[in-house]
Design a protein around this ligand. Structure first.
Ligand SMILES: NC(=O)c1ccc[n+]([C@@H]2O[C@H](COP(=O)([O-])OP(=O)(O)OC[C@H]3O[C@@H](n4cnc5c(N)ncnc54)[C@H](OP(=O)(O)O)[C@@H]3O)[C@@H](O)[C@H]2O)c1
Length: 275
């Protein structure tokens, strides 16, 4: 059975991959993975293919074995895998919750490679893998630094995997969007740190560009949708990363003197509260 698998299908760009699928890919079924089962069950209207909900928390150690078991029973012919499940946090690393840090690395990196490994044996000539990187994969980004590092992992892993897959007809592509209007920001929180976004793309645009890249540019292993995003990627290539980080910190009002001011204001507010 011709199958697509989308993790993170319950919202944002993962959901968009499902919504735009019929225009780009004919499959018999789409296995949709995320934690919110109620949302997964509402997705049938978006495609002619049969939607098969597989509610899993991919940070749970039992999730990938469950996926493997599920695939073993169905023996699908997987034409497309989209690994969209992921999250980030806007915060100073030292003030974050180490459990959340671990879950972020676990979901964005460990689960992504585990799912890829589990699905690869059901792929063949013409199958595609889309991994969600980010513009933050190309540069260090203070106050969302751990997240950026997970995306650098995804970018490096995906490009190397694509090279290894040459000759099999299977292709891996890293989609690296700039800021995109999704629930990502509700989860990331921390708007007191990161709040100034030079551009905010729409998820349908990002996903349409990705499908087009898959169809029109068979050799590309990275997709950076949007003119501004492409410009930023070019600058990040030619400018020293120290300078790129300073520009970013200034953009967010996070130069050291501003941070001290913020801390002092927070301290005064705490004292006032106690009084
Ligand atoms: N939005 C941006 O600006 C931006 C930019 C660059 C890259 N990205 C990347 O794009 C991808 C999609 O994010 P989005 O922007 O579309 O945000 P989103 O709407 O928050 O989507 C995240 C998806 O991941 C799923 N998910 C989260 N934790 C999970 C877990 N433990 N197990 C299984 N599924 C989980 C969520 O579903 P449940 O909550 O139902 O589990 C949801 O479907 C992410 O990898 C993100 O890092 C986003």
């Amino acid at each position: 059975m011709r199958t697509a698998i989308i993790t993170g299908a319950s919202s944002g760009m993962g959901l968009q991959f499902l919504m735009q699928m019929d225009a780009h890919l004919q499959v018999d079924e789409v296995i949709v993975v995320a934690r919110r089962e109620d949302r997964l069950k509402e997705l049938q209207n978006y495609t002619k293919a049969k939607v098969v909900p597989l509610p899993l928390d991919l940070t749970d150690p039992s999730a990938v074995p469950a996926l493997k078991e599920f695939l073993k029973k169905r023996d699908p012919d997987v034409r497309l895998l989209v690994n969209a499940a992921g999250f980030g946090k806007f915060e100073p690393f030292a003030e974050g919750d180490p459990d959340v840090h671990r879950r972020m690395v676990d979901l964005n990196c460990r689960a992504l490679q585990d799912v890829t490994y589990a699905v690869l044996s059901y792929m063949s000539d013409g199958s595609k893998i889309v991994q969600f990187g980010s513009m933050s994969a190309f540069q260090p980004v203070p106050y969302i630094g751990l997240y950026g590092a997970t995306k650098a992992f995804v970018l490096s892993f995906t490009r190397a995997l694509n090279a290894e897959l040459r000759g099999t007809g299977i292709r891996a592509l890293c989609l690296c969007p700039y800021w995109v209007k999704t629930d990502f920001f509700d989860v990331a929180g921390g708007s007191e740190y990161v709040h100034n976004f030079p551009v905010m793309y729409q998820p349908d645009f990002i996903v349409r560009k990705c499908y087009e890249t898959i169809e029109k540019h068979p050799k590309k292993d990275v997709c950076v949708p949007g003119f501004l995003a492409k410009g930023q990627r070019f600058l990040v290539k030619i400018l020293p990363h120290g300078m790129i980080m300073r520009i970013w910190l200034r953009q967010q009002g996070l130069m050291p003197e501003k941070i001290n001011e913020k801390k002092e204001t927070a301290g005064t507010a705490d004292i006032q509260k106690e009084q």
